[in-house]
Design a protein around this ligand. Structure first.
Ligand SMILES: C[C@@](CO)(OP(=O)(O)O)[C@H](O)COP(=O)(O)OP(=O)(O)OC[C@H]1O[C@@H](n2ccc(N)nc2=O)[C@H](O)[C@@H]1O
Ligand SMILES: Nc1ncnc2c1ncn2[C@@H]1O[C@H](COP(=O)(O)OP(=O)(O)O)[C@@H](O)[C@H]1O
Length: 339
């Protein structure tokens, strides 16, 4: 800990904004004996992000608080969920655990055990990324927590054990951790998703993302999926990404989990239809859903399309214009005001 002017220690706060991701391509290669699927996926991080603040505390253990931005009431109102008349749905979509069920709690617990460091952590998580949306919010938060914890303990951010911890936490977590500390705008992930390779690609992508107020369980969607006999590759998409050609990108997308997700939640089909009608191109579900995205040529177009879709779909869905950003997210270090 850093000494303050008064001579007492003043803990540092690590602040970062874990981004969401979109799966532009997701093919199922085979179902494994352990129940996981070998996949081939192309992921892009976007600027729809949570906020995570972490500081070391002397007391052992993890103290985690979770709030919604701008507030749970405003998010619920946009989603058209009434806490009093639909308490189960409210909980299913908006209740985020603060105990060991939260992936941030698990990440910090495993960090403390693995590196055998003294004390604990106080963590404030502000959610903006919907849960059960296929946007990887929990995974991104967990990767951010591992990186902030390493930073506060002077452990190099490219320490190989962090990758192992990330992979044990969930298949999507290594993507958000970044590869050897390098930042990247798009990556191809294979294995169960934990083998990540950056794609050389430097342009930005503008999209509109719609979260249709339903949380889908990743395990349930995978359990309804079938490995196809003709497996597709993302080669065309990768070429288009590297060439920066929007039509090529939109033409190369695929999500083998879209069919099973639509079977579970058929209302997603109407959302996709509205997105096509609005002029977005390459409209598709991300990951195991329920959020969908579509491409536009520029930021101006995404803001305009999001406004129109909002007038059609809200309340009942959250519509956001978004742009690709690099992973991992930057960490800012601040001196804590009180201790
Ligand atoms: C579908 C994807 C696409 O990026 O994202 P989300 O929709 O969850 O964001 C990922 O494959 C999700 O990764 P993640 O959310 O980390 O899943 P995990 O916690 O590892 O696994 C949850 C469950 O999903 C199934 N699962 C997950 C990954 C995989 N390659 N095959 C699977 O069959 C397994 O039943 C597993 O028990
Ligand atoms: N930090 C977290 N943020 C959001 N959800 C979390 C978190 N930790 C655990 N969860 C649980 O994980 C599930 C959703 O995970 P998430 O990554 O947001 O969705 P998806 O797998 O669809 O991308 C929910 O059941 C939620 O309760």
């Amino acid at each position: 800990m850093q000494p303050s002017r008064s001579g007492l220690t003043s803990p540092l706060i690590a602040l970062t904004r874990p981004p969401a991701k979109l799966n532009l391509f997701l093919e199922l290669l085979r179902r494994r004996e352990d129940g996981y699927h070998e996949i081939d996926t192309i992921m892009v991080p976007i600027d729809w992000s949570d906020t995570l603040r972490l500081r070391r505390i002397e007391r052992c253990g993890i103290n985690l608080s979770v709030n919604w931005s701008p507030s749970i009431e405003i998010v619920a109102a946009r989603l058209g969920i009434d806490a009093k008349s639909e308490p189960d749905r409210f909980d299913q979509v908006l209740a985020i655990p603060t105990d060991g069920r939260n992936l941030v709690h698990q990440a910090l617990g495993r960090f403390l055990d693995h590196f055998d460091v003294s004390g604990g952590f106080q963590c404030e998580l502000v959610k903006s990324i919907p849960a059960g949306a296929g946007m990887g919010g929990a995974s991104s938060d967990a990767a951010a927590a591992l990186r902030c914890a390493a930073q506060l303990h002077g452990i190099p951010l490219n320490h190989p054990d962090l990758s192992r911890l990330a992979s044990d936490l969930g298949s999507d977590v290594p993507f958000f951790l970044g590869i050897d500390g390098q930042s990247c705008l798009a990556a191809r992930a294979t294995g169960r998703g934990e083998k990540v390779a950056p794609i050389g690609f430097s342009s930005q992508i503008d999209v509109v993302v719609v979260f249709p107020a339903i949380s889908l369980s990743t395990a349930r969607v995978y359990s309804q999926a079938t490995v196809p006999s003709d497996i597709e590759t993302p080669d065309r998409l990768i070429d288009a990404l590297q060439g920066g050609k929007l039509e090529g990108i939109a033409g190369g997308i695929l999500n083998r989990l879209q069919g099973p997700a639509l079977k579970i939640a058929s209302q997603i089909e109407e959302i996709l239809e509205s997105m096509w009608r609005c002029g977005l191109i390459g409209c598709q579900l991300t990951g195991s859903g329920s959020a969908c995205f579509g491409f536009v040529p520029s930021r101006v177009d995404s803001v305009r399309a999001a406004e129109w879709l909002r007038s059609q779909l809200e309340p009942g869905a959250i519509v956001t214009s978004a742009r690709s950003v690099p992973v991992p997210s930057l960490i800012e270090l601040h001196q804590s005001a009180s201790h």
